[in-house]
Structure formats: C-alpha cells, structure tokens
Design a protein around this ligand. Structure first.
Ligand code: ZN
Length: 315
C-alpha cells in the first residue's frame, strides 16, 4: 500500500524533473530546468505578474504546499510557471535605456554613516576564471567584510575555492550571472559581449546561477550584478520579479582589473559615506590587490569601516 502510494507520488512529480516539453507546455527552448523553492502563484492568465516575496538570507523558506493540494497533471512546475508568467508579462516591453545606471539599478548604500561596501566580481570565462588569492587572503586577515559577485563560469572553474568563500562569514555571495552576459531583453551588447536576447534567456542567466549559489550557501542570493554591469530598465524589472536587487557601483575601483596600483588606490580614497566600490577578484596578475592593500589602512584612518551590501538598504 505504502509502496503503491510512493509510485503514484513519483509519477505525479516526474514531469517536474524532466527538462523537455510536456503537454500544454511551450517548446523546450523557453523552458528552464529552473525549480524554485516558492510555491506556484495562482494567477488568472491575463493578470499581471505577482511579485514574489523576496526571501532574504537567514529568513526561513516559505513552507511548500502539500503535493496533493496541487493538480500535477495540468500545471507546470513552480519555476516553469513563474518563468512563463514573467515572459508573458514582459515579452512586449521595449526598453529605452542601456547602461550601468538605468532606472532601478542601485548604486549606493542608503546611509550617511561612515561605511563603504567593497564588492569584488569574479567574471569567469577564458580570461576571467582565475582567483586573486592574495587579495582574498588579505581581506580575511584584515577581517574586511565584502560582497562577492560570482558568475556560474567562475564557480565551475573554482569549485573548491567557491565552497570556502561561501562558508566564510565575512563574505556574502551575490549573483553575477550564469554566463556573465549583459542584462538585456533584446540582445544588446556591451564590450563586444552579446547580452541575453530575450526575457526567457535573461531569467535563465539569473536563475540558473542563483540555484548554483543557493546550493553552496543554502541561501538564495539577494543581489545581482549583470556581466559587464550593463543592463536595460526592463531587464532590471525582470530581475526584480525574481527577487533580486540589481547593484552596480558608486566608485569604479579597478576598471575591470586593468588599472595600475596608484589608480586603484586613488579611486578607493574617493569612496565617501555609503559608497559601493566595484573591484575584481579574478585577475591575480592585476594591480587590484596591491591598490586595495594600500588604500584600506588610509580609509580606516579616515574613520570609514567596511560593510556588506546586505547591512544597509540600497538606493
Ligand atoms: Zn564581471
């Protein structure tokens, strides 16, 4: 009896584990292997997308409704349903802005306290998958809290280090996209890198890396920085539907890890109260670490202290 029940349950759950198309579902191209923790939202077909409550780090997950309360035969999985709703709501919205500071992007902490948030990107890719271990060790030795924006490509290239960073309480892990693509709903490019070409691609770029991070940290990331930091304002809204704040920066700290030590130091010394500084932790041959090491004691002398993004509201 118990075995029979289990078999029935497994059969009911089976479509959720398959990544291909099922009856009544759109072609595989538009489907994600995304499965979310939140229960499906019951929305009438024509209704606008309902914003899902953001689950912040440390906050308990919403209890999942019992399987038997759903009608598994007719409804797609929660993640697929969510993606379909977002695609339907945003597919015809044409963006009018393209850049690092479009409408909705956060660029500073909403405080006048003497705090600075250092953020370090790990972009991944053929020339971006190394790790600046001297920089990371320095942050740990000096007990400097930081927010690390990590792409799926970098995670795949550095699985052991990523696990250690995820377990380090000084750091919080944020989402830098699965493939480090500019955050677009229509394929706009930045620095010669093609952005996501549709809402569906954008949802995958964000959510599939979010799942990777959640698997390692036990927490759904709260912040997303697009690959190259470029985005359009519709894409920023889509990220918001997924529960993310899109975060760029107040102070450009190392220009993609290309600046000499002196320029990194100078940039950091310009960071005022509530500034978010963008730097990189994936270029060990860069002068970023040296510039940071020079600037940190000087910033501390000025009375500034370092915080993670999640410690303050953003604006
Ligand atoms: Zn990057």
């Amino acid at each position: 009896m118990k075995t029979a029940f289990l078999i029935v349950l497994l059969l009911l759950l089976a479509p959720c584990e398959a990544s291909g198309s099922g009856p009544g579902q759109p072609p595989a191209k538009d489907e994600g292997a995304i499965r979310e923790a939140a229960p499906p939202v019951q929305v009438p077909p024509a209704a606008p997308v309902v914003r899902r409550k953001v689950r912040y780090p440390g906050e308990p997950a919403t209890a999942t409704a019992p399987a038997r309360a759903q009608a598994p035969k007719a409804s797609p999985c929660p993640g697929q349903l969510r993606k379909q709703q977002i695609v339907a709501a945003y597919r015809n919205r044409a963006p009018g802005q393209w850049g690092e500071r479009v409408e909705g992007v956060r660029t500073r902490l909403d405080t006048e306290e003497p705090v600075v948030a250092l953020t370090f990107d790990a972009c991944g890719g053929p020339r971006g998958s190394r790790a600046d271990t001297a920089l990371i060790e320095y942050l740990q030795q000096e007990r400097i809290p930081a927010t690390l924006f990590v792409s799926g490509r970098w995670i795949d290239a550095n699985p052991a280090l990523f696990k250690r960073l995820a377990a380090e309480p000084l750091f919080e892990i944020a989402n830098h996209g699965l493939a480090h693509r500019p955050c677009s709903v229509n394929g706009k490019s930045a620095y010669g890198i093609k952005g996501t070409a549709s809402v569906a691609e954008l949802v995958d770029e964000i959510e599939k890396n979010g799942k990777k991070i959640e698997a390692a940290t036990g927490r759904r990331p709260r912040f997303y920085r697009p690959g190259t930091a470029y985005c359009d304002e519709v894409a920023v809204k889509v990220a918001g539907e997924l529960g993310y704040e899109v975060v760029n920066y107040t102070v450009l700290g190392d220009a993609g890890a290309t600046w000499p030590q002196e320029k990194v130091r100078q940039a950091l010394l310009e960071a005022g109260h509530g500034a978010i500084v963008i730097l990189h932790m994936n270029q060990p041959r860069s002068r970023t670490a040296a510039g940071v090491m020079e600037a940190v004691p000087l910033l501390r002398e000025k009375g500034l202290r370092f915080v993670k993004l999640s410690e303050y509201p953003l604006r």
